[in-house]
Design a protein around this ligand. Structure first.
Ligand code: BES
Ligand code: MN
Ligand code: ZN
Length: 515
């Protein structure tokens, strides 16, 4: 289980750069050897030493460049690390993240254990000090992340001295309050993201539905306002969750419906419900998937993992809101007892579903969880799922696919994605697509064919979400990165987006209460 101790220590300060005692002072240099404002102050104290070094041509200032100066004279820092920031005008969200990544890589290569950074003082287009501090922390922790709990010989980098503490400098005392708030939020998000990545990266022989249930119980022990309940197959049988149980039939691991309840607000206040797809391995069932890259289907529980991470984040922040996480968890495997194409299931809603492809199992486990979520009288329901390969084709690994039956919710989620650098993009959910699911024998089929594959999947879900405001995030392209061993792994998305949405929602509420 994740603990804050594994993270580095962050502190926030304002003050004169020349007086900072530190192992390494980090300063930005823009393109064409232009010093950032804090670098200019240091340059003056050092009698123009920095400008002299730059004039010599040792650092152009391009993004990705750096220059280390040891034992600088006239200041209380052991080293100065100059980092190229590129053109000032082009320093937006993405380059700011890149800059921090490069910074942490460099510090770790050097074996610096403590540093003071002036990067948060840089101008990032349209971004406040809150944003710059929060995203600095998120980027640092993102970069430091390793998943080696199952390696007997740890990475070589683990034996080296690693960064333990970093001080983030802001421009003035006036900014300290916002910056401190950002620091708390950034650390809570980073910790939630790490939790999500760890769960997702675990292999499916360890991370089973029962394992996830035990993680839910453990998480609740850490937070007073958090409680956990787990429905087993007998409970689901009694309730009539025929769709979820249909998928579970092919697996020897018992299915679990995990619910996490965070109560930070008034009891009477309606909760936001997050529903996360928790298929701990998706082999496709009888409609077996091809072998190539099938290992990546351990990531088919990333929706559930992101719900875990978001609840952990919100509980850590102690936000005064009510939040429910609901995670239908099972494997999807072929077996003598597995679902067959042409089987017809009766879902919890009473609606019947003709199975045409057992590999379209995500919508089956989700539809019962979505029906069940009505019992919480939700203010809003958002489901998060690695639902369709078609979404990867449509949006790649950049944006989550966003579908909703309520347009203000779309705007809120799009905006939250922009703010948190964890973006979603809206896809249509028009009635015209619904006929793709027509069945001659049941209320609907579970697949709508290859064209518009992610839309027909969302249409399927929309039939179970008519009673409340609902959005669906298809994270099939964004939940993990495939490729080389160095890059491969879970991303922890969309924990940041969901947290931002909840922060914004709270702020809006508090504003209307005060008005
Ligand atoms: N978990 C998969 C979707 C998926 C595939 C996510 C590849 C990420 C990468 C889902 O259960 C699935 O198999 N969907 C099918 C649906 C089809 C049978 C209608 C798909 O996308 O191929
Ligand atoms: Mn599948
Ligand atoms: Zn799946």
């Amino acid at each position: 289980m994740q603990t804050a101790k594994q993270m580095i220590e962050f502190s926030i300060k304002s003050g004169h750069p020349e007086k900072q005692r530190t192992g390494c002072m980090i300063l930005g240099v823009y393109n064409n050897r232009r010093l950032s404002p804090s670098a200019m102050v240091i340059d003056e104290v050092m009698d123009g030493y920095l400008s002299k070094v730059l004039r010599r041509g040792d650092l152009e200032g391009k993004m990705g460049q750096h220059l280390l100066l040891s034992n600088p004279e006239g200041i209380s820092a052991e080293r100065v690390l100059l980092l190229g920031c590129g053109r000032e005008r082009e320093l937006g969200d993405k380059n700011y993240h890149k800059l921090w990544q490069h910074c942490i890589k460099t510090l770790n290569n050097l074996g610096v254990t403590e540093a003071t950074s002036y990067l948060p003082q840089l101008n990032v287009t349209g971004r406040s000090v809150y944003w710059r501090i929060r995203h600095a922390i998120e980027a640092v922790e993102q970069q430091r992340y390793r998943f080696n709990q199952l390696k007997t010989e740890k990475d070589k980098s683990q034996n080296k001295r690693l960064l333990r503490k970093i001080t983030l400098m802001v421009n003035s005392r006036k900014e300290l309050d916002d910056a401190e708030q950002a620091s708390l939020h950034g650390q809570a998000i980073a910790q939630g993201v790490k939790f999500t990545r760890d769960l997702a990266n675990l292999p499916p022989n360890i991370c089973t539905p029962s394992y996830l249930a035990s993680q839910g119980k453990q998480l609740c022990m850490l937070h007073e306002n958090l409680s956990c309940a787990v429905l087993d197959e007998a409970d689901m049988e009694e309730l009539g969750m025929g769709a979820l149980l249909g998928v579970a039939r092919g697996s020897r691991e018992p299915a679990k419906l995990i619910s996490l309840h965070y109560q930070g607000g008034d009891k009477s206040e309606k909760p936001v419900v997050l529903v996360g797809k928790g298929v701990t391995f998706d082999a496709g069932g009888i409609s077996l998937k091809p072998g190539a890259a099938m290992d990546e289907m351990k990531y088919d529980m990333c929706g559930a993992a992101s719900v875990f991470g978001t609840l952990a984040t919100i509980a850590q922040m102690r936000l005064p809101i009510n939040l429910v996480g609901l995670m239908p968890c099972t494997e999807n495997l072929p077996d003598g007892n597995a679902l067959k194409p042409s089987d017809i299931l009766t879902s919890l809603s009473g609606k019947t579903i003709e199975i045409l492809n057992t590999d379209a199992e995500g919508r089956l486990v989700l539809c019962d969880a979505l029906t069940y979520s009505a019992k919480y009288e939700p203010a809003v329901v958002i489901d998060i799922a690695t639902l369709t390969g078609a979404c990867v084709i449509a949006l790649g690994k950049v944006a989550h696919g966003l579908f909703s039956n309520h347009s203000p919710l779309v705007s809120d989620l799009l905006a939250a994605g922009q703010q948190s650098a964890d973006r979603a993009w809206e896809m249509p959910l028009w009635d015209d697509y619904q006929e793709l699911l027509d069945s001659p024998f049941a209320d609907m089929t579970n697949v709508g064919g290859r064209p518009a594959g992610s839309i027909s999947a969302a249409c399927f879900l929309s039939r179970f979400t008519k009673d409340y405001q609902w959005a669906h995030l298809d994270i099939a392209g964004t939940a993990w990165v495939s490729g080389s061993p160095k890059k491969k792994g879970a991303t922890g998305r969309p924990v940041a987006l969901l947290t931002q949405y909840l922060l914004n929602r709270l702020e809006k509420q508090q504003n209307t209460n005060n008005a």
